[in-house]
Design a protein around this ligand. Structure first.
Ligand code: NDP
Length: 309
């Protein structure tokens, strides 16, 4: 027992994070006969579970929701007896082996560690955003779209996330306005076409959100046109922000080599600390695809298994 009397648990493989990378790694390490625990973190499934529809994960031609895909990953990991612990890592010590990982409920002593903490949405960082988060400001259409039935919402961003989630929101909202800082979208052509053809979607081009305004809930958004500098207040009931993601890596900052918040790994997903591997959006800020994260998890798991033979 340690000073804080939390239960200690020895484990061969501890996977921090339960997104595509973490759960795919678990399928492989558990199937290889290594005792595996996955710390789920606050959101089982990570970013995918916040995605309304997944239509490009190979092998699933039918559109399925992120939550459905996560359930399949989970079922497969548990089939091979990986254990899911619905808890989050608070502290890690990678200077000793077994590595020490403290969670809310336990202290894990892990022979091997796979870091798969993924990424999270970047906020706009404008006045009113934080105040109205959960009261009209959201980063997850799947989670909150339902609350905007018949309402008028803004979607900020011009990438795949923004445009795909805007399309999803048209199921609920009466009008979806995409506010983008340029006059061309970054999203894939097929997604752009769907948005352009959707009568419920319109665009505020060359525009940035400067403030979210309301009283108890979102009422309007102050928008500035970056070309004309003209400022206007546009009424909206909700604001969905999809301007990209950043890695969640504070937990092991300074303990493995990193660059721009991403863990540096070799071609086999090994970090510079022997026994510590990293996968998914913990190492990749470019592809950000379920299939890529899953593949990283598989690579980390196979390397780990071979390193332990
Ligand atoms: P992206 O980085 O692709 O897009 C972010 C968008 O937000 C850009 O349009 C960017 O504008 C805008 N933006 C960034 N910062 C600000 C800011 N401070 N204020 C206003 N606007 C801002 O992020 P996504 O999350 O959309 O996608 C990330 C990756 O994941 C991409 O590679 C994407 O293809 C992938 N993805 C793939 C999906 C799929 O295949 N189905 C689904 C979702 C994501 P600008 O264009 O001017 O830079």
């Amino acid at each position: 027992m340690t000073e804080n009397h939390k239960e200690q648990k020895n484990v061969q493989v501890l996977i921090v994070g339960s997104g595509a990378a973490g759960l795919s790694a678990a399928i492989y390490t558990a199937r290889a006969g290594l005792q595996t625990v996955v710390l789920t973190g606050p959101t089982l499934g990570g970013q995918i579970s916040l995605t309304a529809e997944v239509e490009n994960y190979p092998g699933f031609p039918e559109v399925l929701s992120g939550v459905e895909l996560v359930a399949k990953f989970q079922e497969q990991a548990e089939k091979f007896e990986a254990e899911l612990d619905y808890d989050s890592a608070l502290k890690v010590d990678l200077s000793v082996r077994p590595f020490v990982v403290e969670t809310e409920g336990k202290i894990y002593l892990a022979e091997n560690l796979i870091l798969a903490t993924g990424s999270k949405a970047i906020p706009l960082n404008v006045p009113g955003e934080e105040e109205f988060t959960g009261k009209g400001v959201s980063y997850c259409a799947t989670c909150d779209g339902f609350f905007f039935r018949g309402k008028k919402v803004a979607v900020v961003g011009g990438g795949n996330s923004a445009v795909e989630e805007a399309l999803f929101l048209t199921r609920f909202a009466s009008q979806v306005t995409i506010i983008h800082r340029r006059d061309t979208l970054r999203a894939d052509a097929i997604v752009q076409k769907r948005a352009m053809e959707n009568p419920k979607i319109d665009f505020l081009w060359d525009s940035v959100v400067e403030e979210v305004i309301g009283d108890g809930g979102v009422e309007k958004v102050r928008v500035r046109n970056v070309k004309t500098d003209q400022v206007s207040e546009v009424p909206f009931d909700g604001v969905f922000v999809f301007i990209g993601h950043r890695p969640v890596s504070g937990l092991f900052d300074g303990q493995v080599e990193m660059e721009n918040g991403l863990a540096i790994v070799d071609s086999y997903m090994r970090t510079n600390v022997p026994g510590v591997y990293a996968a998914g959006e913990t190492v990749d800020g470019f592809y950000r695809q379920v299939a890529v994260s899953a593949a990283h998890g598989v690579m980390a798991a196979i390397t780990l298994t071979k390193d332990n033979e």
